[in-house]
Design a protein around this ligand. Structure first.
Ligand code: SF4
Length: 217
């Protein structure tokens, strides 16, 4: 199966379609659609997030753009030479600055591509959206590493690779051997909640990428 993004009106998850329809009426200028992945398909690294945030990717249409999580993620990617250019998180506040953010050797996808209520997709919704991740992984011919942001993303990545959740337990900072020189690396999600509570610091997040860099060389 060759990778294609879901259509703007993907009908497969009725609960998420209901929320999308509601939000399109309420906020007509927002994206309110499945969020396409960002970054080159030929990248060696894939970052897998959970799902779009209400005022983040669901609003702006780009992963990790518009809410806090992108600030730490893109600053970290820039630090490791995986991104360049100006990242404008919120166009309403900084509309006069052109967003020139470019990803290099890294791609960002969500396990579930539509906004779920309270950021919690059901297991059925995660399974329904999985074929998009399966096809994307199959098309990433240069893939060497996956970073899973949180346990749900970790489980989604394993399932998309055809492995059981019991094959590798989620643990922040862990690297799991996927065979063929590929690894799955785990990190706590770079959400505002996790950074505010000290569960994840910028140093902890950077350490995940520092440990992966030799595999991307
Ligand atoms: S979450 Fe995925 S499968 Fe479900 S409606 Fe959105 S794009 Fe379609």
């Amino acid at each position: 199966m060759s990778f294609a993004e879901p259509s703007r009106d993907c009908p497969l998850c009725p609960r998420l379609v209901g929320l999308r329809t509601e939000l399109r009426a309420k906020f007509p200028t927002w994206s309110n659609a499945p969020v396409p992945s960002f970054g080159p398909i030929g990248a060696k690294l894939l970052i897998v997030g959970l799902a779009p945030g209400l005022k983040g990717a669901n609003r702006t249409g780009r992963p990790f753009t518009g809410d806090y999580a992108g600030d730490l993620l893109y600053a970290t990617l820039k630090k490791f030479g995986l991104a360049k250019g100006e990242f404008v998180a919120d166009r309403e506040d900084r509309a006069w600055i052109p967003d020139t953010l470019t990803l290099m050797n890294v791609r960002i996808a969500n396990a579930v591509r539509c906004l779920p209520p309270e950021n919690k997709p059901t297991p059925k919704e995660a399974a329904t959206c999985r074929p998009f991740l399966v096809a994307e992984l199959a098309d990433m011919k240069n893939l060497r590493a996956i970073v899973a942001l949180g346990r749900v993303a970790h489980d989604a990545a394993l399932a998309a690779l055809g492995r059981k959740a019991s094959a590798a337990k989620f643990a922040h900072g862990a690297q799991h051997d996927l065979g063929g020189g590929r690894v799955l690396a785990d990190s706590y999600h770079c959400s505002r909640y996790n950074t505010n509570t000290g569960r994840l610091t910028a140093e902890m997040f950077e350490a995940v990428f520092a440990a992966l860099m030799p595999k991307l060389g």
